[in-house]
Design a protein around this ligand. Structure first.
Ligand code: BG6
Length: 490
């Protein structure tokens, strides 16, 4: 059973309180932590936005959000009512002058609270909000600032944001969220690799043939076309979530679980990524954009129709990446992510090398090398494919069989959303699952190379029908190397 350790009492100020992220993720996450007794009764969640709302109106807004995004079975009137008593509101212009004295007055009521400032706003406002917080005496030892992605759209803009925030907050008080790091199975990667001798010993180029990381989504751009069209799959998913998964899969053992030890090792992986240049861009990357098709049996329109204008933004990307280190020399990492793919699926597949010699006769030996599949979502779990004997008479025949662990079935408990864990870590001041400045910048430095190489050869992304696994060129990308994507349909 999970052990709930209450955190210190806090006042969490959420800038962008009327926005989508607050409704969809932050309020539900805080609700669950409150319901489970992790949030002390003296804590407050203080919504902050420019809208002149009364407290009642904001609580009504929060109630509606919870009704939409928390399953009804978890939302009893009693707990919902008690949770909303902890929700407060201040109308404040993050980038301007109005409302700050009201916020100061509210926070002064409880001077000893831990104070996370969650910036669920456009990144353009991060610098001004931080400067305002400092100017109004709201930054102290117990404050932390939480930054949502995107932190910039390239290295230059990421540095500008980091500089502006860094003028006010020391690095130890800056929490850059990559919500993939809060997913249970992503943290499980650390347990799998470093708490099990069997895997860590095998985690080398002698034994591993290649690694695949897939983050597939069925959704389109979901009303975020304005943002998405300036971003695309590379900036929205690959530069952050997928590179973080790659880091946890490939990094050396950290000295311990302290934030800087883990982040030092991830940083080494990012710095060891082989640059992709104009010369090899076409052979190691594929950009795609969905056209009309069907997902889950329902017809859906193409990206351009959703957007309403021409665009060369990619909604799919696949690439072959190399890590220049002794451990990974010659082991390609195939990465892919896209919208409007056939299923929502995030997984890391570690494909071991085929056995170099077999005592089994050719006809008995399936020649299937072992494969470890780590499933992040849905149905979190892990599966190791091993060769076993086919039961019964008929000669000795081998076939791959799964050692399959479904975490849900094994642990029979609800899997918390990533934001629940991350928000509590912010209050505790534990930054292990957050990105340090140099990590974000190293990821951008590498991604900028890819973006520049694409810009140097401005070809339109390849079309793929919604509901397919991306353009055929993505299949060719891996098949040219004599390998195939792991595709397990529901
Ligand atoms: C976000 C991206 O960071 O992650 C979205 O901006 C994407 O475009 C989302 O849909 C995916 O997150 P999850 O947790 O649903 O896999």
């Amino acid at each position: 059973m999970a052990t709930i350790i209450p955190v210190a009492s806090f006042d969490c100020v959420v800038f962008g309180a009327t926005g989508d992220l607050t409704a969809r993720k932050l309020l539900p996450a805080l609700f669950y932590r409150f319901r489970d007794g992790q949030i002390p009764e003296t804590s407050r969640i203080i919504g902050a936005s420019r809208s002149e709302l009364s407290l009642d109106a904001f609580r009504e807004h929060a109630r509606d959000a919870l009704k939409r995004f928390v399953p009804a079975a978890d939302l009893t009137d009693d707990v919902l009512g008690r949770f909303l008593d902890h929700v407060d509101y201040v109308a404040v212009d993050g980038a301007g002058d109005s409302g700050w004295t009201d916020l100061v007055a509210k926070l002064d009521e409880r001077p000893d609270q831990v104070r996370p400032y969650y910036l669920a706003t456009s990144p353009d406002l991060y610098g001004s909000i931080c400067r305002n917080l400092a100017a109004h005496g709201l930054v102290g030892e117990k404050s932390r600032v939480v930054l949502e992605k995107p932190i910039g759209k390239d290295l230059k803009s990421a540095r500008a944001i980091n500089d502006a925030v860094g003028e006010v907050f020391p690095e130890s008080q800056i929490f850059r969220i990559d919500h993939y790091l809060g997913k249970e199975t992503v943290q499980n990667l650390l347990s799998l690799r470093f708490a099990n001798t069997i895997f860590e010993r095998l985690w080398t180029s002698d034994v591993i043939d290649h690694v695949q990381i897939t983050v597939a989504e069925t959704v389109g751009v979901e009303g975020r076309a304005g943002y998405y069209d300036t971003s695309g799959a590379m900036r929205d998913m690959l530069q952050n979530h997928i590179l973080q998964l790659l880091c946890l899969t490939a990094m050396e053992s950290p000295l311990n679980l302290e934030a800087n030890s883990v982040r030092d090792e991830k940083l080494k992986v990012l710095r060891a990524l082989k640059p992709i240049t104009t010369h090899d861009i076409q052979s190691v990357t594929v950009r795609g954009q969905y056209v009309a098709g069907a997902v889950d049996g329902k017809p859906v329109e193409g990206y351009l129709a959703e957007l309403g204008h021409e665009s060369r933004t990619e909604t799919f990307v696949a690439m072959k990446v190399e890590i220049q280190s002794g451990r990974w020399a010659g082991v390609p990492f195939y990465l892919r992510t896209g919208k409007r793919l056939p299923q929502k699926l995030s997984e890391i597949v570690v494909q071991f090398r085929a056995s170099p010699f077999s005592i089994f006769p050719e006809e008995a030996f399936g020649r299937e090398p072992n494969r470890l599949v780590i499933r992040l979502q849905p149905q979190e779990g892990m599966k190791l494919e091993v060769m076993t004997k086919d039961p019964g008479p008929g000669g000795l025949r081998l076939r791959p069989t799964d050692l399959d662990i479904s975490f849900e079935e094994t642990f029979k408990q609800r899997y918390p959303d990533a934001y629940e864990r991350l928000l509590m870590d912010v209050v505790r001041g534990n930054a292990t699952l957050f990105m340090r400045r140099d990590e974000v910048e190293a990821a951008w430095a590498w991604a900028d190379g890819v973006l520049k190489a694409w810009a140097d050869r401005p070809e339109a992304p390849r079309p793929y029908p919604a509901g397919s696994w991306g353009p055929t060129a993505a299949i060719a990308l891996i098949e040219r190397d004599g390998r195939t994507w792991h595709e397990e349909l529901r």
